[in-house]
Design a protein around this ligand. Sequence first.
Ligand code: NAP
Length: 443
Amino acid sequence: MSVRIAVVGSGPSGLYTVAGLLASKVPMSVDVIDRLPTPFGLVRYGVAPDHAKMKIVSKVLSKPFVRDDVRYLGNVEVGRDVSHAELVERYDAVVYACGSEHDRRLGIPGEDLPGVLGAGEFVRWYNGHPDVADVEHTLDVDSAVVVGAGNVALDVARVLSRTAEELRDTDVPTRVWGILRDSAIRDVHVLIRRGPAEAKFTPAELFQLSELADADVEVHDGGAGIPHPESVKDKRTRQNLETFQMLASTPSQGRRRRLHLRFLTSPLEIVGASRVEGVAVERNDVVDGRLVGTGERTVLPTGMVVTAVGFRGSPVEGLPFDDGTGTVPHEAGRVISDGVPLTGVYVAGWLKRGPTGVIGTNRPDGGETAASVLADLADRPRTERDDLLELLATRSVHVTDWAGWLRLEEHEGERGATSGRGRVKVHDLPTMLHYTGGGSRGR
Ligand code: NAP
């Protein structure tokens, strides 16, 4: 009898785990469960639309689905359509790889004013996530502030600084492309609370700022205070410092937009009567490696604030949760409850290690979880188990499959071809379900 394994989440962490499992040649059937009819998680809905090359990884992630013993069960939400306990009954192992969906908050006054949004929400919007298909961001203000010094802050600042032509060949939904094309934003300020040597940007992503077609990059203070790159041992930091120096020494060319990198600047408060009108910021100093406010305060006028200060996982029903880290306690992917492993329950990806790392980080991470699953299963007796699809059928859940996804993908390609763009995403759930064969979501 082959083992039955469920992987919840079809993003890179889930699908690299599947690849790790299949590499073992142990007879198994794997069900990949996702609440959406579309696979790939962050590759489809997180990676910036102008990073098309990064999305090519979806071809690698698709490979398991050529096999008859690997099924995609889309449009199925664990916790709503099926419970954790019901999964554990039906599978020898259940791997949760469902990410960190929530934006971390800044925790400053004014954060809930209209016009302030978390990067996760904004990224999902421009990437055509169905959860935010109805949300309108008009971009009718002349400046935006992005808080954070990680790659997500860079993604947001870059997308806001791109021209319509630069975005034409991306897969952003038609409506989103129109809004970005008509954007009134001329200044994008990135607030970096520490200095240039501490920014978490990766060098390749930072360098891309020098390649924007119609935006000047202005480095705060004209680049004064950027440490000499040769004074730094770490290669990544050295490369970043070289890029900051290059950006600082490039004269402004009077381009349509300006992207400002403001070091040693922390937001104190978001101000505005009924919506955001500005961000009160304080200048920082670094003393003995510690960040210290100087008391020098100013208000940066803006009509839009995007906070890109990291993400947090949320608890999964039936699993322990560490509220401090926003992750599920584990040892090599085995979920640990009250100091002991929960039989047959595992985690992978951001839910396991926190919201860090690039797409490729999930390969060894998923491999580690897969190795734990396989090692445990080697010692466990096999039991006859019911098929999850039978239970879902009794609940009239319209499960979508891999063939359905391929139909939607083909339709997205055709939409792109007819509109003179590349592939164009469908972002509303009813149309997604129409093409994937999931029927109506209501039951
Ligand atoms: P991140 O790399 O952890 O960056 C979060 C940033 O927020 C840090 O710079 C942090 O500053 C700052 N921050 C936190 N609290 C703050 C506060 N109260 N005030 C001001 N700033 C604050 O997280 P991320 O950008 O969300 O990215 C998540 C992961 O995805 C990262 O590993 C990233 O590299 C990866 N990613 C990769 C790509 C890519 O490869 N192209 C694209 C997107 C994301 P401090 O540094 O001072 O703590």
